[in-house]
Design a protein around this ligand. Structure first.
Ligand code: PEP
Length: 253
């Protein structure tokens, strides 16, 4: 089944508003006319407005890197779905491994954030992935299974149709170590298998599963050639317009 490729850049805590605008300004002509892939950049909160304005009238969409589940209230330092929408974001990353590792994100809070995103019409990118220790201990399937059942608890099949999953082996993020295409495909197959069990085959076949972890222009084509790899969530290689554009072009072939 044909699933549209989606390539999203996670800028993490990089780029001020002028820097982010300059990056998108440089990216626009490099990806102009590409419609075989959804192209998304996810800047820090403070840079959203400027990037949305710069990306206006282009094929580049803008996402946030996190959201809080409440509509408003005493949650110092947090940002609501409505605030992201107001800034012009259309996507949101949820449960990135750095949030899980450094900020106490759990499958339960991923689930709460996911519900808030769906209620507001933001397109969620839900991240899952195992540590090196878990992979070496042959616990990858268990870990992913728990992340999927906890993170997606109570989600209906029609809601699942709007959700993107990003498989990011933690040992491959920012390390230069990429899962081999075969290893990544095996794990994507496992994830799709779990989605089939949870939501049925028709729906699961439509869900886009991105790979993330040291994806770059040089390895994008072979990763995306795998039947169950539908895109990429990109950190380092999304911080330069030329490398992000080259990666997108190689991904769609
Ligand atoms: C990420 O942070 O989601 C990521 C995949 O980073 P990198 O591409 O730098 O490994």
């Amino acid at each position: 089944m044909a699933r549209k490729v989606i390539i999203a850049g996670n800028w993490k805590m990089n780029n001020t508003a002028p820097e982010g605008s300059a990056l998108v300004e440089a990216l626009k002509p490099l990806v102009a006319g590409i419609d075989a892939a959804d192209i998304v950049v996810c800047p820090p909160f403070t840079t959203l407005n400027a990037v949305v304005e710069t990306a206006c009238n282009s094929n580049i969409k803008v996402g946030a890197q996190n959201l809080h589940w409440a509509e408003s209230g005493a949650f110092t330092g947090e940002i609501s779905a409505a605030m992201l929408k107001e800034a012009g974001a259309t996507y949101v990353i949820i449960g990135h491994s750095e949030r899980r590792q450094y900020f106490g994100e759990t499958d339960a809070t991923v689930n709460q954030r996911l519900r808030a995103a769906l209620c507001s019409g933001l397109i969620p990118i839900v991240c899952v992935g195992e540590t090196l220790e878990e992979r070496e201990g042959e616990r990858t399937d268990n870990v992913l299974s728990m992340q999927l059942s906890g993170g997606l608890a109570g989600i209906t099949a029609s809601e699942m149709a709007d959700i993107i999953i990003a498989y990011e082996p933690i040992w491959a993020i920012g390390t230069g170590k990429t899962a081999t295409p075969e290893m990544a495909e095996d794990t994507h197959c496992f994830i799709r298998g779990r989605l089939i069990e949870m939501f049925g085959a028709d729906l699961a076949e439509k869900v886009r599963i991105q790979y993330g972890g040291s994806m770059k222009p040089e390895n994008a084509a072979e990763l995306l050639a795998q039947p169950n790899i539908d895109g990429g969530l990109i950190g380092g290689a999304s911080l330069k317009a030329a490398s992000f554009a080259a990666l997108i072009k190689n991904a769609i072939g």
